[in-house]
Design a binder for this molecule. Structure first.
Ligand code: 8YV
Length: 332
């Protein structure tokens, strides 16, 4: 077990601004370096932080790769990520260097599932077109044939990744009368399938071909990079919709955009992108698409609870134990 330095002297560097209450508590507990300007640290600044700190608290916007980890100082012992996804951290290299990694699972499940559901409703019901019409003061009055979308109730939803968030989406989807289907690395226990009324598809290809709506809820790992490749996207029905609140890298964004432009898919709701904050500019021109700026877990409640988890992970580590949310290589 990696030995933690004495708590009072622990230097913790937080890469982005966090809610005031979290920063205040962190400052009471540790020798904290904050980032009040909230500007993303450059690789050089990150390297400095990793040289001079015992603990780093990064977010999804910091890429902690092999090259950076090679420059980490002897004193860096824990990377306590503020976030659930850890695809921006090279966990294996960290492990080799004796640096533990922890994350904040569970506390953003409901908020992310809510946002997924919001997109599942928004895309087929053309919410963004209605909002745009009102914002431009272009509404000329009700008409029986204007802004017609498609009914959500009764449609088949295929969830890719039936972990915490996938299951929380299933729960919501059922309440909206959707038929729940899923694909997962491992089949869930029969009692959980029953609880969600969910049908398991071992073959992702076969599920894709039969669904009306696909929701991506799996983590981004080497195995899920471009899981929805051009080939797989072409398996979907042209009337189908796709929603992604997980990670942009799971979908080949350019292939998806090309299909949406040609009308080979009915629409998409995207909260995450392959090269955030850049997006394929053609996506912005499409009426069939709802775009959000990675705000799936953006509630004050979730951010406070994420902060709470980060502090528990650091404190437990400082007390000489393994952080409760330690992430091991290949775990996600
Ligand atoms: C967080 C997320 O806001 O936790 C995650 O994996 O994708 C987001 O919802 C972000 O990661 C904070 O670092």
């Amino acid at each position: 077990m990696t030995k933690a330095p004495r708590e009072q002297t622990l230097r913790v560097t937080v890469t982005r601004r966090l809610p005031e209450a979290v920063e205040a508590r962190l400052s009471e507990l540790f020798d904290v370096r904050l980032n009040p300007e909230d500007t993303q640290l450059t690789p050089t600044e990150l390297a400095t932080a990793m040289r001079d700190s015992d603990i780093l608290v990064p977010t999804v916007t910091d890429s902690i790769d092999q090259r950076l980890l090679a420059q980490a100082g002897e004193r860096l012992k824990l990377i306590a990520n503020f976030g659930a996804g850890i695809d921006h951290i090279d966990v294996e290299t960290a492990r080799q260097r004796g640096i533990l990694v922890s994350n904040t699972p569970g506390v953003l499940t409901d908020d992310t599932a809510d946002m997924t559901m919001a997109l599942i409703l928004a895309v087929p019901r053309r919410l963004s077109m209605g909002i745009d019409l009102m914002a431009r003061d272009a509404w000329t009055g009700w008409s029986p044939t204007s802004l017609l979308g498609h009914r959500v109730t009764g449609k088949r939803l295929g969830i890719i990744g039936m972990g915490r968030i996938g299951q929380a989406v299933a729960k919501r989807a059922r309440a909206f009368g959707l038929e729940v289907h899923y694909h997962n690395r491992k089949r869930l226990h029969a009692s959980i399938e029953q609880e969600h009324g969910a049908t398991y598809w071992e073959s992702l290809d076969q599920m894709l071909a039969r669904m009306d709506i696909i929701s991506v809820n799996c983590p981004h790992t080497p195995a899920t990079y471009h899981l929805l490749s051009a080939r797989r996207l072409r398996l979907m029905k042209p009337t189908a919709y796709i929603v992604n609140t997980a990670r942009g890298e799971v979908i080949d964004e350019n292939a998806l955009t090309r299909m949406l432009v040609k009308g080979e898919l009915a629409g998409a709701g995207l909260d995450v992108f392959e090269h955030e904050p850049s997006i394929n500019p053609k996506l912005r021109e499409l009426e069939t698409v709802v775009l959000l700026p990675h705000m799936g877990s953006a509630t004050i409640e979730s951010r406070l609870e994420m902060g709470e988890k980060v502090m528990i992970n650091i404190k437990t580590f400082a007390d000489g134990h393994r952080p409760p949310d330690q992430v091991l290589p290949g775990m996600l």
